[in-house]
Design a protein around this ligand. Structure first.
Ligand code: NDP
Ligand code: 2IT
Length: 449
């Protein structure tokens, strides 16, 4: 066994022992450790300072009870978390996820990834993630409001504009951020940019809603152009129909690509000749306002078919954009995509591709943009929202969009700079090494913190 494999094995053995049963966290750490180990072993100063070991231990995790009342006056108690992973580069920053699958492992994987993603943006933000096992699906607005208010009644003591600034993620959009922000103001008695993704009428940034999806397509364009390809006419399969998926679809269509699918946890819809702008506007309305199911699109449009209980990865395409959740693409799906000659995978979601699937794409020389690079546009515009709040001004849509494009271009360049620069760029390695190095340097400088 090579020295690198041996070190990796021993490091992962220790990590798994210290964090039993946290499989998503193990997976996220292993992916980073695999990429950085050769570089880490070659740098005694980082190794002597135990930077990897220190970076895989969160600064702290706050766990709390969230008690709330249903419309029928039944009492419910959920669990809330905030994982403050690392603030070497700036105040903790990262989203809140409300979904029944949320547990400590999921939030630790997301918080860990966020450190490197935020580092790649070049903006001064540390890494964090939080959320609850609360399921907003099927709840009334009032129920969601009572839950959010109760959640913030505890969370407010652990966050602040210079401490930790949460935002949205799965199950947390403008509605939830508004309730959370309202309660923060009430209990703290001051207006401050403590959350991002706020409504445009109260301190929210232009383009924040669109930023993750748009940014993902900007990254995809850079990646294609680096490999002498372009997006026009490409067939794109997208999973999810939430914030990230819909705005990725919107930008891809705008750029001349054909978007064939969207999905939710019930199945996927397929538009064989590509979705139109009108269809997408219907999807925005359906998901944002009516909180409906994606199958309803097949009832509205004859040219759309709904595939119940299926994921979209068997649909022949040039580009796959997983934009729903973690581990959507495993060995079987990766092999299916490869056998259909997919050109690129561009991750809108966080860790949507399993370790085995990542190795399959690598072996088959498929371009693969990891979420921590490709979906960083969301948190980047969150960073721009913070700057605007600090300055008490707001930039126009065009100005923010221009900055977002520049940030995504720079992230792409950083990935290329730190990859081994072979014919097909290894974006997974490039993103991990570039992201890691930028956090490691201040940690080294701070001494034993
Ligand atoms: P939304 O809540 O807006 O949408 C989530 C979408 O994914 C829905 O279509 C949902 O379907 C589907 N989904 C969620 N969980 C599952 C599951 N277990 N199985 C199948 N489908 C599922 O979330 P976002 O669009 O904001 O987030 C999507 C992904 O992007 C996540 O991985 C998130 O971490 C990541 N991300 C989000 C950013 C943001 O700014 N919002 C920034 C960067 C990354 P259903 O309605 O049936 O649950
Ligand atoms: O995963 C992510 O980057 C997000 N959910 C956005 C985080 C943020 O602070 O905007």
């Amino acid at each position: 066994m090579s020295k690198i494999r041996k070190e990796l094995k021993s490091f992962m053995h220790g990590l798994k022992k210290r964090n039993p049963g946290e499989y998503e966290f193990h997976q996220a750490v292993e992916e980073v450790a695999e990429s950085i180990m050769p570089w880490y072993l070659a740098h005694d100063d980082y190794r002597d300072a135990q930077i990897l070991e220190r970076l895989t231990e969160p600064d702290r995790i706050v766990i709390f009870r969230v008690t709330w009342e249903t419309d029928n006056r039944e009492i419910r108690a959920n669990r809330g978390w905030r994982v403050q992973f690392n603030n070497a580069l700036g105040p903790y920053k990262g989203g809140l996820r409300f979904h029944p699958t949320v547990d400590q492992s999921v939030l630790k994987f997301l918080g860990f990834e966020q450190i490197f993603k935020n580092s790649l943006t070049g903006l001064p933000m540390g890494g964090a993630k939080g959320g609850s096992n609360f399921n907003p699906k099927g709840k009334s607005d009032r129920e969601v409001m009572r839950f959010c208010h109760s959640f913030m009644t505890e969370l407010h003591r652990h966050i602040g504009e210079d401490v930790d600034i949460p935002a949205g993620d799965i199950g947390v959009g403008t509605r939830e951020i508004s309730y959370l922000f309202g309660q923060y103001m009430r209990v703290e008695n001051r207006w401050t940019g403590v959350l991002t993704g706020k409504g445009s009428s109260f301190g929210g940034s232009a383009v924040r809603n669109e930023a993750t999806g748009y940014g993902c397509v900007y990254f995809l364009e850079e990646m294609l152009s680096k490999h002498n390809e372009d997006i026009v006419g490409k067939k794109i399969v997208i999973s999810g129909s939430g914030n990230v998926a819909r705005f990725a679809a919107e930008k891809a269509i705008d750029k001349g690509a054909k978007v064939l699918t969207l999905s939710d946890s019930d199945g996927f819809i397929e538009a064989k000749s590509g979705m139109t702008e009108g269809m997408l506007n219907f999807a925005h309305e359906l998901k944002e306002k009516k909180r409906g199911r994606i199958s309803e699109m097949a009832k509205k449009y004859k040219s759309i078919t709904f595939h119940k209980g299926k994921s979209p990865w068997g649909v022949k395409c040039d580009i796959a954009m997983p934009c729903a959740t973690q581990n959507e693409i495993d060995e079987k799906e990766a092999q299916l995509l490869c056998s259909n000659n997919v050109l690129a995978i561009c991750e809108g979601a966080n860790m949507p591709v399993t370790t085995i699937a990542t190795h399959i794409f690598n072996k088959n020389k498929i371009l693969h943009a990891p979420g921590k690079a490709a979906n960083a546009g969301g948190v980047a515009v969150s960073g721009l929202e913070l700057s605007q709040n600090e300055m008490r001004l707001s930039w126009s849509h065009e100005e923010v969009d221009e900055r977002l494009q520049k940030i995504m271009k720079d992230i792409h360049s950083r990935c290329v700079e730190y990859s081994d620069n072979s014919e097909i760029i290894n974006y997974v390695d490039g993103a991990n090494i570039a992201g890691f190095k930028k956090v490691a340097d201040p940690l080294l400088a701070y001494g034993l913190v």
